[in-house]
Ligand binder design. Structure first.
Ligand code: GLN
Length: 481
């Protein structure tokens, strides 16, 4: 039999209720896989064996008593280290938070605890979610389980690698400009960036508050829907969160009811041959399944990356100002002689990328430059959003590549921030527009040739229309199964 760590959420639930294994055995199967493989991969920054076993035992008692249990009961999950789980470390892969232990649960975690999910540990990431390759972790890089010389993508690289290597049944990541979808694509798993506001950000260590979203990384689209529905919903702790206005509306639509847009600006050349081939194959398969395709235009696409790299640092400089050495674990430098030295010695612990962004952000907000940079970038954001509104007049969803290349090798782009930033060209605009988007593998692992790297494609949906992504994505993956 497949060990529980290799199962989808859906199969896990069935087999747990069938008593084919216990929740405790399932958690242990994950820890065994972590012990065997994570030394090479580096997906976890910390593991939580005691609390996981305790939670699993409680589920097993409930199973024995015949209590009604939801789809996530006993399911072993990994959680990105930027998301707070009470009593577990939350470093955001930064030396600044090296000894911080979360004092409360993020709202998404509270909801999962209500569902009796089991938390295995905290997943590695780029420091403060800044990066596209997971090479910016202050502790260790993550390696791609499909090829250890390659990156898993970032910033939720540990979350994606853990799912791909069966070191968790599913995980949570966060996505500000692609950080769930890029690692999902590089690791051959499914990653959802929900509509901005669909999932509460309370308890997510903030990078860019106006863009950050927590979302699921899973083995299948069906699992993505299960996990998303469990964490979604309005939360008084996050004023930008809301309930989906369409919640409860049945969304049974046939494939022929969907018109899928192909934004011409996303197919202008420069795609790696494998990505181009795989994206075309995905379009052909969806056509065969009955979907109709139509060219659309998102004319401001080329300004999305520059607009992000002006407005994001502005928010970073303000969000990271709270890390002053006095709060969050009291890692106060002992040899500091005065308050200024406390600040200076603490803030010296930020990695190079965080420092670059704090400095840039402080600059773009400074008097005399605010109008020229920050305000202008905000105007461009509005134009990008209007592009999406216009395109969605004609089509239900859009299909694009996730990244111009498959997983690249460690070190290949880390010396050139601009090259790294450009790997987000296809994912970031959806964040600026606040819409939902999912990355799913063009081929499941079993269909890939020996040594063939995974490639993902992206479906972008209208705000609050995650159901459209799930409907199309799950039909695609069932057809490939
Ligand atoms: N790669 C982008 C950055 O470095 C996006 C990261 C993210 O989505 N958190 O900021």
């Amino acid at each position: 039999m497949d060990t529980p760590n290799t199962l989808t959420i859906k199969d896990f639930h069935k087999r747990l209720l069938n008593k084919e294994f216990s929740a405790r055995e399932a958690a242990d199967a994950c820890f065994k896989e972590i012990a065997a493989r994570d030394g090479d991969i580096g997906a976890y920054l910390s593991i939580a064996e005691d609390s996981a076993r305790e939670a699993a035992d409680a589920v097993d008692n409930a199973v024995a008593k015949g209590d009604p249990l939801g789809a996530l009961a006993g399911v072993p999950l990994g959680i990105k280290d930027a998301i707070l789980v009470k009593g577990l470390p939350a470093t955001a892969a930064s030396k600044v938070l090296e000894h911080y232990v979360a004092s409360y649960d993020a709202t998404a975690i509270k909801k999962l605890k209500d569902e009796r999910a089991v938390f295995l540990g905290k997943a590695n990431m780029d420091e403060f979610a800044m990066g596209s390759s997971n090479e910016n972790s202050a502790f260790k890089p993550v390696r791609n389980p499909h090829d250890l010389t390659r990156v898993p993508g970032g910033s939720s690289g540990g979350s994606a690698a853990a799912v791909a290597a069966d070191m968790a049944v599913a995980t949570l990541g966060s996505d500000t400009f692609g950080s769930i979808r890029i690692p999902a694509a590089f690791c051959g798993v499914v990653g959802l960036k929900p509509t901005y506001g669909a999932v509460s950000r309370a308890g997510l260590i903030a990078m860019t508050s106006s863009l950050d979203q927590i979302g699921p990384i899973t083995k299948t689209v069906e699992d993505s829907a299960i996990l998303f529905k469990a964490i979604a919903g309005a939360d008084p702790q996050d004023a930008t969160s809301a309930n989906a206005p369409r919640a409860g509306v049945p969304q049974e639509r046939a494939m022929k009811d969907f018109t899928i847009g192909l934004p011409e600006e996303y197919f202008v050349g420069g795609l790696a041959p494998l990505v181009e081939r795989e994206t075309e194959a995905a379009i052909a398969r969806l056509t065969k399944l009955g979907a109709r395709f139509k060219k659309v235009s998102l004319p401001h696409t080329k300004y999305a990356v520059p607009a992000y790299y002006l407005s994001m640092p502005a928010e970073v400089s303000s969000n990271l100002a709270r890390f002053d050495g006095i709060r969050y674990g009291g890692d106060r430098p002992e040899d500091a002689r005065n308050l200024m030295e406390v600040y200076l010695k603490t803030r010296a612990k930020f990695g190079a990328e965080a420092k670059r962004r704090i400095i840039l952000g402080t600059f773009v907000l400074s008097s005399g430059y605010y109008d020229a940079y920050y305000e202008k970038a905000q105007r461009v954001r509005t134009l990008v959003k209007q592009d999406f509104d216009n395109a969605f007049e004609d089509v239900d969803v859009m299909l694009t590549p996730v990244s111009p290349t498959p997983a690249f090798t460690l070190g290949e782009k880390s010396a050139d921030p601009l090259a790294m930033y450009l790997s987000d060209v296809f994912t970031g605009p959806a964040n600026l527009a606040g819409v939902c988007a999912i990355a799913l593998p063009t081929k499941p692992g079993t269909a890939r040739a020996e040594g063939e790297l995974p490639v993902g494609f992206q479906l972008i949906g209208k705000k609050w229309h995650e159901d459209d992504l799930f409907a199309i994505g799950s039909r695609y993956e069932n057809d490939m199964a």
